[in-house]
Write a protein that binds this ligand. Sequence first.
Ligand code: ADE
Length: 225
Amino acid sequence: MRIDIITVLPELLESPLNHSILKRAQDKNLAEIVVHNLRDYTLDKHRRVDDYPFGGEAGMVMQIEPIDRAISYLKSQRNYDEVIFTTPDGEKFDQRMANNLSMSGNLIFLCGHYKGIDYRIREHLITREVTIGDYVLTGGELAAAIMCDAIVRLIPGAIGDEQSALSDSFQDNLLAPPVYTRPAEYKGWKVPDILLSGHQRKIDEWKHDQALERTRRLRPDLLDE
Ligand code: ADE
């Protein structure tokens, strides 16, 4: 899978995309993530990417030309499954969307900034508009990094133990059960006896009960879905 990210702040993406699972997946050639500075697709000497809005509102608006040039260039190199715009007024990103997108060949993320982007970009160049939650970030870069992380870790081989992606919280609309490791007792705080019993069927039942209980208590909305 290849992910191209178009941004005015490439530095903001450097660290999150080059550590941990995202780094490992790229080292193993499971994913290639390429960050593009939108200013490289401008033609004027000031490398301008925004301008005042028509109709006289406050704030700057990202211009269509550099974005069209960047997306057209990428599309001339390969086919893309989606051109995703990160924006607070998009559809909500969740585990299901991460699962679907992880099966893509190639994706483009366009990170929003300023007051907005020329709406013609959204009408003509973007295939999907996505938010990571009902709050407003300064720009779409961190949202794109979060989505890349959630998507790439699902590619088979990206995390050591494939089973552990399948048992993540949300994979079956249940929160994950608690996990423990040694020591079995610390300051008098004990690991549940059942986990030390060696009785695998009972342990699995316990895990499922815990997952249900935590979901009911913390995220009952997941059980309604
Ligand atoms: N850009 C600003 N806020 C955002 C959000 N919540 N999700 C995605 N992109 C954004």
